[in-house]
Design a protein around this ligand. Structure first.
Ligand SMILES: Nc1ncnc2c1ncn2[C@@H]1O[C@H](COP(=O)(O)OP(=O)(O)O)[C@@H](O)[C@H]1O
Ligand SMILES: [Mg+2]
Length: 215
């Protein structure tokens, strides 16, 4: 399976989600995380962390129609799961990977401007779905504060109207554990306290069970 974790915005949790998602899938089958982000957060993290999964940092030309997708196709021959961490700017390269993806997960943070910014992404999805009708797209609310359920509901209502993308019922709360573990080159999955990891596992289960697949 080929999963893309993407968003037009930075700081919304793409890399965090990609690392945790990869680590979860790697427990069951051979999995590679492909970091195509310019910022290289996951590269820095990968240098510190004793990973149980393969990792590749890819530098690509956004204008190139097949460089990125060709590399992904090669990796799919060797790994059961390929996870791509990439910024979602509309470009030939980004479109080329959307064409061959099974699932796209778009994290967003719960505030109005960030949610509004996803509307361009929605237009892109409509275009790509014509060529890859099997693509499943999910929106995930990340860093949700505990104290403001009304604001969260408003954002959920706003995002539920985005066509061709399913808003996940599960949300990830804003948890200090994500920042702390990243700084130590770890993930919340390594923590003894199960709250953060159970929450993450529930998100993964919702994504995987939506379109039943064998891990
Ligand atoms: N659910 C969360 N709770 C708290 N902090 C988070 C959460 N998700 C991500 N973060 C933190 O937010 C920052 C940005 O996350 P990152 O994954 O690097 O975003 P992106 O890849 O989209 O730029 C990091 O410091 C990360 O530790
Ligand atoms: Mg990142």
């Amino acid at each position: 399976m080929f999963y893309i974790i993407a968003s037009p915005q930075s700081g919304v949790g793409k890399t965090t989600l990609a690392i945790h998602f990869t680590e979860t899938l790697a427990k069951e089958a051979s999995t590679i995380l492909v970091d195509a982000e310019i910022q290289q957060t996951s590269f820095q993290w990968s240098q510190r962390y004793a990973r149980d999964f393969a990792y590749e940092h890819l530098v690509f030309d956004p204008k190139d129609h097949n460089q990125l997708s060709k590399r992904i196709e090669q990796l799919k021959q060797h790994y059961r799961h390929v996870i791509l961490d990439i910024s979602a700017q509309d470009s030939p390269a980004f479109r080329s990977v959307l064409m061959i993806a099974d699932k796209l997960i778009v994290p967003t943070v719960p505030n109005q401007p960030d949610a509004e910014a996803l509307k361009d992404m929605a237009h892109l999805m409509v275009a790509v779905k014509q060529y890859n009708p099997e693509l499943k797209a999910y929106l995930l609310i990340n860093k949700a504060p505990d104290h403001d359920p009304v604001a969260l509901e408003e954002i959920q209502t706003l995002l539920s109207y985005i066509p061709d993308a399913k808003l996940l019922d599960m949300v990830l709360r804003d948890r200090q554990e994500y920042r702390d573990t990243l700084a130590d080159g770890k993930t919340v999955l390594s923590l003894v306290n199960p709250i953060a990891k159970d929450e993450f596992a529930a998100v993964v289960a919702e994504v995987l069970n939506d379109h039943p697949t064998v891990l």
